[in-house]
Design a protein around this ligand. Structure first.
Ligand SMILES: [Zn+2]
Length: 154
């Protein structure tokens, strides 16, 4: 679910960005990029929040990419990150990479899983969570509590 992806991306940003030397990654701009990138992979489904917002683009993407296929691969954010660094936008590369990867990691914890090396390998990684199930709701609430505690310095 969208809100779980956002909460998990926030946790990733809180725990990782403080260790980075560049100020963009630690700023609200960096956080915004992390949160944006954390929901982009689901553009491969017109049923997702992002897919509904991006119609008809999501319909076009569905025509050549299955849901949780190539857009849920680690290869895409890695290549995009590399391209951004080469182009001189390394401050944007890390937050976008972090957010995108947080989405893939979270989806890998679900029973549907992801193929993190698609299209090179069809290996799928699965977890125990059902998307939208009770366990995901418990995880979401836990993420909100942990994020709140970390942001408040508790
Ligand atoms: Zn997804």
């Amino acid at each position: 679910m969208l809100k779980t992806h956002l909460a998990f991306a926030l946790l990733c940003w809180i725990t990782v960005s403080a260790a980075l030397p560049d100020t963009v990654s630690r700023s609200l701009v960096g956080l915004s990029l992390v949160l944006l990138a954390s929901v982009v992979p689901d553009i491969d489904s017109h049923k997702s929040f992002v897919g509904r917002l991006a119609r008809p683009l999501s319909d076009v993407i569905e025509g050549f990419a299955q849901h949780r296929g190539v857009l849920h691969s680690m290869l895409l954010p890695s290549a995009a990150c590399f391209a951004l660094i080469i182009a001189g936008y390394k401050q944007l590369a890390f937050p976008l990479f972090l957010g995108y990867c947080s989405h893939i990691i979270a989806d890998a914890l679900t029973s549907e899983g992801v193929a993190p090396f698609s299209p090179i390998s069809g290996l799928r990684i699965h977890g125990l969570f059902s998307t939208g199930g009770l366990l995901e709701y418990v995880v979401f609430v836990s993420l909100v509590v942990v994020n709140g505690a970390l942001l408040l310095g508790l």
